[in-house]
Design a protein around this ligand. Structure first.
Ligand code: GLP
Length: 233
């Protein structure tokens, strides 16, 4: 694991841009993308850059169940708002949160992943060490699945919604097995509330209790942290 500690998330976005540019330069055409507050500066840097993704494919980690793509808190909306409006891809995939048959939707997504090998996977991390929406206890060989979000994840996401009752309780998420298939993984974390999860991910045992700890077993991981997130290392 290569660990880069920067001053703040703005500097982190600039460091992440270099990772994306290097991936483009070596011919990566499939990018695994993430949502949340963490990658916002990375997307801002990509938008301001001269990188072109019109020959590339994007595959997002996850989507809330029950939110349409045009709902302002859906991850589809987030991706359009932060990246795709300025940097269109040849094709962009997200799970369909309104799928009437979630099992069929998960199978469709696994087929998309089988058809497009991810060259660079961007990740954030949940306060409990989750990646994508793979909550503690998720199997390391997991495929795309429907998830019941934990109370801590629902509470963390509540800041994006007007009323607590509006916060989705379920999501569709790529599995850890697919995340680990990526040639390279870039995980970013900023702020003191990520410090314990980062310490457990990097220094703790590899355990499904801390989903991100599986990254210790991946041969090509870059971690970008601000000083607050790195404070317990
Ligand atoms: C959600 C997303 C994750 C993200 C996490 C942390 O759970 N599904 O992909 O890493 O939130 O979000 P934030 O970056 O806002 O702290």
């Amino acid at each position: 694991m290569q660990i880069i500690v920067v001053k703040d998330k703005v500097a982190g976005g600039k460091a992440a841009l270099k990772v994306f540019a290097a991936a483009k330069a070596r011919g990566v055409k499939v990018f695994g993308l993430a949502t949340g507050g963490t990658p916002e500066t990375t997307y801002a840097e990509l938008v301001a850059s001269d990188l072109d993704f019109t020959d590339s494919i994007s595959i997002n980690l996850d989507e809330y169940v029950g939110l349409a793509a045009n709902h302002p808190q859906s991850y589809a909306y987030y991706m359009h708002h932060h990246l795709f409006f300025a940097k269109p891809f040849a094709a962009s995939y997200l799970p369909n949160g309104l799928a009437t048959d979630p099992a069929a939707e998960c199978a469709r997504y696994d087929q998309i992943l089988a058809d497009h090998h991810v060259g660079l996977q961007l990740l954030g991390i949940g306060r409990n060490g989750h990646i994508g929406f793979n909550e503690p206890g998720s199997p390391f060989d997991g495929t795309t699945h429907e998830v019941a979000l934990t109370p801590s994840t629902i509470a963390a996401n509540a800041r994006f919604f007007d009323r607590p009752a509006d916060v989705p309780k379920r999501a569709l998420s790529m599995g850890i097995g697919a995340i680990m298939q990526a040639d390279q993984i870039l995980l970013e974390a900023y702020g003191s509330d990520k410090a314990a999860a980062i310490q457990a991910m990097i220094e703790g045992p590899v355990t499904t209790a801390v989903p991100a700890s599986v990254l210790q077993q991946h041969p090509n991981v870059i971690v970008i942290l601000d000083q607050a997130a790195a404070a317990k290392l």
